[in-house]
Design a protein around this ligand. Structure first.
Ligand SMILES: CC(C)(COP(=O)(O)O)[C@@H](O)C(=O)NCCC(=O)NCCSC(=O)CC(=O)O
Ligand SMILES: Nc1ncnc2c1ncn2[C@@H]1O[C@H](COP(=O)(O)O)[C@@H](OP(=O)(O)O)[C@H]1O
Ligand SMILES: [Mg+2]
Length: 375
């Protein structure tokens, strides 16, 4: 058994994403009855990547992208002072590290060098996610420097877009250090306190796949959806969908979701209301996020992504760096009991099978097997 992945420092890109969940009230009128509302009272922001992107072209994703050196610059210290500063910047006690496996030998850029960074990783990744939401969607998850965060007050609001949004965005896209300048200009800080640890996904091994991301997913609840302005470069469109609507859009081939995004959408289908979701995030704040690297298993008729806890999930780096093949899916499903896996039948049909208990006060996807009627 070995505990770490093959060293290749150039391959792992550290990234952060934010799942924006916004409260949704649809006013009905007496003359025009509205269609029945979705099962959940919140919707998620999904951004459509450009078809010209090198990675996951055309996919719908949560806002996010690669960490930049500017996200952990010491210059942020002055902006957060005097109310917030090291070691935790008001984020509360450091979450317990959930899983030691897999350990990444190195990552692109600075490496996992908390010791070399002035800002804690927790803060830098949140700043990255907030910056990416601005760059890609024009959404400003900021709060005034002088107003202290109050978790008891429930979901907050995004900041109104400033005059000259387009010019600011162009500057930040050219040079991410301009995001700090924008925050100074607005006398705000990134609202790091509204971003809750949710999950962390490592890109699975894939033959010919040269890009691999180590992506922290945060969850942020907003009272209402902010206006969204796709940058029309990296991102060409967007939609607000409840988890059940997003699932339906995927199954009916309107949108394509990569397995991690699909898994998260299905996990969020556990929550009927935004207030339940917000409470859930606050209750598990000390648990942090588990980092998952799916193992890819090719069967005669599908591709399986095996997740931690599944009986086929072996903590051995050989399985992470190779594709394994086996018999028909039905055979291996018949033989097994302890499942935590995504079965990819085709581009628009995934089944999530979960029979294991969730860990770290998290929740696993609600519906394990989706209707075959979409085949
Ligand atoms: C990797 C991102 C899309 C950021 O990329 P960017 O810098 O914007 O180009 C990130 O937001 C993200 O979603 N990461 C999730 C983890 C990941 O790598 N997902 C892709 C999985 S690909 C896969 O599962 C195989 C397949 O295509 O079926
Ligand atoms: N107009 C455009 N069309 C397609 N992709 C673009 C683009 N402008 C930027 N990108 C790509 O978007 C990625 C940046 O994403 P993010 O800032 O979210 O990490 C980069 O991909 P690469 O990583 O392939 O260089 C960049 O090349
Ligand atoms: Mg991106």
């Amino acid at each position: 058994m070995s505990g770490s992945l093959r060293p290749d420092p150039s391959r792992w890109r550290q990234a952060a994403s934010v799942v924006l969940a916004a409260g949704w009230t649809r006013p009905g009128t007496a003359t025009q009855p509205s269609p029945p509302p979705p099962a959940e009272d919140f919707r998620l922001l999904l951004l459509q990547r450009s078809g010209r992107q090198g990675f996951m072209p055309g996919a719908h994703v949560f806002p996010g992208g690669v960490l930049d050196a500017a996200d952990h610059s010491a210059d942020w210290l002055d902006l957060f002072a005097p109310h917030h500063g090291p070691p935790r910047f008001g984020l509360g006690p450091a979450p317990v590290r959930c899983n030691a496996f897999p350990s990444l030998p190195n990552v692109a850029g600075d490496g996992n060098a908390d010791s070399k960074w002035t800002l804690p990783e927790d803060v830098a990744f949140r700043i990255c996610a907030v910056r990416e939401a601005f760059e890609e969607a024009g959404v400003l998850l900021l709060r005034p420097r002088t107003s202290p965060p109050d978790p008891a007050s429930g979901p907050g609001l995004a900041l109104e877009p400033p005059p000259g949004l387009a010019a600011w965005r162009a500057r930040v896209r050219r040079d991410p250090s301009h995001f700090l300048r924008l925050c100074e200009h607005l006398d705000c800080t990134p609202n790091i306190w509204a971003l809750h640890d949710w999950s962390c996904w490592l890109t699975p091994f894939w033959r010919g796949g040269t890009r691999r991301f180590d992506t922290a997913f945060f969850l942020c609840c907003l009272r209402e959806p902010p206006p969204v302005y796709p940058d029309l470069a990296e991102v060409v469109g967007f939609q607000w969908s409840s988890p059940s609507e997003a699932t339906e859009s995927f199954l009916s081939k309107e949108i394509w979701l990569a397995p991690p995004q699909f898994y998260e959408v299905r996990r969020l289908a556990n929550f009927a209301s935004l207030s339940d979701l917000q409470r859930f995030c606050l209750d598990r704040a000390l648990e942090g996020r588990e980092r998952w690297l799916p193992i890819t298993l090719l069967t005669a008729d599908a591709t399986l992504q095996i997740l931690p806890g599944d009986e086929l999930y072996l903590e051995d780096s050989d399985f992470f760096e190779n594709l394994m093949s086996t018999e028909k899916t039905e055979e291996i499903m018949k033989e097994g009991k302890q499942f935590h896996r995504i079965v990819i039948h085709s581009r628009h049909l995934y089944d999530i099978h979960v029979t294991v208990q969730s860990k770290y006060k998290h929740v696993y996807p609600k519906t394990s097997v989706l209707s075959k009627s979409h085949l």
